[in-house]
Design a binder for this molecule. Structure first.
Ligand SMILES: NC(=O)c1ccc[n+]([C@@H]2O[C@H](COP(=O)([O-])OP(=O)(O)OC[C@H]3O[C@@H](n4cnc5c(N)ncnc54)[C@H](O)[C@@H]3O)[C@@H](O)[C@H]2O)c1
Ligand SMILES: [Zn+2]
Length: 388
């Protein structure tokens, strides 16, 4: 027998099913969506994690979940665990550790299900526990904020922060399913409910000009948080995000083209510069406005189109500018530009940022001219201060 001293490559193909569902009142008796979604060979255990912040808005939720599973013979609800959510839950590994010990105490195994109900931060930390417990447990996500329903919750990432860096520890793990239950959408504070819409604007700008026009024509209802219009925006955005992840050719982000990160290089830096006082949605709103105006300034995007985008952002009551853009390092350079370097590093050396050439289509650019971008920041500052 020939012995190949050089070794050999084996391709391992693993396919995932990304199940995205929409409903209202998933745990109401008579709603079969969840029971039909979960596969079982009989007697699968189910452990539910809910973020504490939901208790005051949904005091009946735990009882509903108990009643729901009581009626299902093939499933056994082993517990409902309430834990802290929001960004603070990702700051260290305390919530993660609590989730892991619950997974251990309830004897959750790879035939069980973990259900997580909460905002994007809570989904991230429990998602990380689910991805690492027994090397990967089946997770059903119930996102409860606009941002997590229309973007992050339908994604395939999880994580917690470490070394002062967001999402430094975590994994790519396709959830078993994501259930966007619209009953959760309408209890968030109004501004948080609105902010998450920026991800719908973002995905419309990079994927679907007709969706952008729809958002534009419904901007007043969206600002007023008209429930059915909000839900339609969330649903269309969620499907676009999921479709890109499933069909875009790079679900685990190995390449450098990141259309879903449009406007995000500055946004991530602004969140950090403000010690996360600026929410993700607000930061993306500013970053998206700047990169859109930039595309017009370099002659890529018609100016009238850039103006339409800025009007939609303003119309939603979201910011075009923030004072953290003014922060400078000892050499007088705007500190936000460090975000470009960090993004370049993150992508493995070559900077790739998406710039719009049409509303609905972008191209990958490999360079940002700082002086032009600064002019955009100045213009948006004037505009923001004039309307303040
Ligand atoms: N995994 C990913 O791909 C991905 C992508 C983008 C963002 N994220 C992460 O998502 C997080 C932000 O998520 P978010 O915007 O959903 O905010 P969040 O999870 O921080 O929640 C915001 C606030 O809303 C509260 N809340 C949640 N649902 C509520 C409801 N239905 N009613 C009333 N209050 C409610 C929370 O308790 C919290 O105080 C960040 O940590 C960010 O890093 C992850
Ligand atoms: Zn985002």
């Amino acid at each position: 027998m020939d012995c190949n001293m050089k070794g050999e490559d084996f391709d391992i193909q693993v396919s995932f099913r990304h199940r995205i569902r929409f409903t209202r009142g998933a745990f109401s008796l008579g709603n079969d969506l969840l029971s039909e979604l979960l596969e079982t060979r009989g007697h699968s255990k189910v452990l539910v994690f809910i973020e504490n912040g939901l208790r005051e808005h949904f005091p009946q939720l735990e009882g509903e979940i108990q009643d729901y599973f009581f009626d299902l013979n093939d499933f056994r609800l082993t517990g409902v665990e309430w834990l802290p959510g929001a960004e603070v839950a990702k700051r260290d590994d305390q919530v993660y550790q609590k989730a892991m010990s619950a997974i251990e105490q309830h004897h959750i195994d790879r035939h069980s299900y973990i259900i997580v109900i909460g905002g994007g931060a809570f989904l991230d930390v429990i998602g990380y526990a689910a991805a690492t417990g027994h090397r990967g447990l089946r997770l059903v996500r119930f996102p409860t904020t606009t941002l997590s329903q229309d973007d992050s919750g339908v994604g395939v990432k999880n994580g917690i922060n470490a070394f002062g860096k967001k999402n430094f520890i975590g994994s790519f793990a396709v959830p078993y399913a994501v259930v966007n239950d619209f009953q959760f959408l309408h209890t968030q504070p109004e501004q948080i409910r609105r902010e998450g819409l920026i991800e719908a604007v973002k995905v419309a700008l990079v994927k679907d000009g007709a969706f952008f026009s729809w958002l534009e024509s419904h901007v007043e209802e969206l600002r007023a948080l008209e429930p059915l219009v909000l839900e339609e925006a969330v649903q269309r955005s969620a499907v676009h995000h999921a479709r890109h992840i499933a069909l875009g050719g790079d679900p685990f982000e190995l390449g450098s083209s990141r259309p879903l990160d449009y406007g995000h290089w500055a946004a991530h830096k602004l969140e950090q510069l403000t010690d996360f006082e600026l929410s993700h949605g607000e930061a993306v709103s500013v970053g998206l406005a700047l990169d859109t105006l930039y595309a017009a300034k370099i002659g890529l995007l018609p100016e009238a189109d850039a103006e339409r985008v800025l009007k939609v952002v303003e119309g939603l009551g979201l910011p075009l500018w923030h004072e953290a853009l003014e922060l400078r390092d000892p050499n007088g350079k705007r500190r936000v530009f460090k975000g470009l370097e960090e993004f370049r590093e993150h992508l493995g050396g070559e900077l790739t940022v998406l710039l719009l050439e049409k509303l609905g289509t972008g191209i990958d650019a490999h360079e940002i001219t700082e002086a032009v971008w600064e002019a955009c920041a100045e213009e948006l500052k004037e505009r923001a201060l004039a309307t303040a």
